[in-house]
Design a protein around this ligand. Sequence first.
Ligand SMILES: Cc1ncc(COP(=O)(O)O)c(C=O)c1O
Length: 292
Amino acid sequence: MLTYSNTPVQTLQHPLFDEHNLQVLIKREDLNHPFVSGNKWWKLNYNLEEAKKLGYTTLLTFGGAHSNHIYATAAAAKEVGLKAIGIIRGDELSVQNNATLRFAHEQGMDLHFVSREDYRKRNEQNFTNTLINKFGKAYIIPEGGTNNLAVQGVALFSAKLHQEIDFDYLCCAVGTGGTLAGLIKGLPHKKLLGFSSLKGNFMEAEVKKVLQSDATNWTINSDYHFGGYGKYNQVLLDFINKAEKDFNIPLEQVYTGKMFFGVLDLISRNFFPEKSKILLLHTGGMQGKIQG
Ligand SMILES: Cc1ncc(COP(=O)(O)O)c(C=O)c1O
C-alpha cells in the first residue's frame, strides 16, 4: 500500500457564487501524496497491490514526455519496491529532456524512447509481447493508468468522499476517462461533470468503454480544452494566476486549471440551479505546472 495523507475539503468564496446562490467546495486530493498525487494514487495503488500479489517484480507502462502518469508510476514503484519501465513516446527524446523524465529516471524508472509510430501500437498484443520479450516479465499498466483496477480504486475513493461530505455536483478533469468512470461507479446518485482536457467529442465514448454501464448521471463538457491536450493560452494562464490568488489553491494548466475555468464560466452562464452544492475535485499533477 502506498502511503496516504488525508486531504481536506475547502469552501471557496467568490462574489459570483453568492450572486448565483451556490456553494462551491474543493476536495484537495492533490495533497494525498507528494509524488503520486490526486487521482494517480487511486488509479495506481490497487494495481501495485495486484502486481505484487501476482508475483511480479516489474511494472511496465507508457506515457508522453510530460506525463503525470510516468512521474507518479516511477515514484510509486520505488516506494513499494517494484522495478519500473517507462515506454516514452518520441525517439528523439532523452532522460535530460525535461524535469518529468529526469525525475522518473532518478526514481529508478528505466526509460525507453520509441518512435511515435511504434507508440501508437502500445495497446496491441504483438507489440506488448515484443516488449516483454525484450524486458522480461512485467505487469503492464496502460497509458494514463486507466484499467479496471484503476476505475475500482477511484470508485473506492468516491465512496469515501460520499461519506465525508454532502454535495449535488462533482466536477473533475478528464484525460483518458478512467477517473470519471470510477466516480460514476462510486456515486450513482450524484451528478457528475467531466471537463475534457482534450480536443474533440470522442471522450464520452471513451468513458462509456471504460465504464461498461448505462449510467446516465454524468456528462462531459468539451468546451474548455484550450486547443487540446497540453495546450493553453494567455487567457488560461491569467485565469490560473488570478484564481490561485483569489482562492489560495494551486492550479496547473493541463487538467485542474481548465476544469476550474469551465466551472466558473458555467456558473456565470447560469448552468447550475440555485442552491446547488458543487464539489470540485483537485486531481493533483502540480509537477506539470508551467510558470506563466
Ligand atoms: C492531474 C490529472 N488530473 C486529471 C487527469 C485525468 O484523469 P483520467 O486520465 O483518468 O481521465 C489526469 C490524467 O490522468 C491527471 O494527471
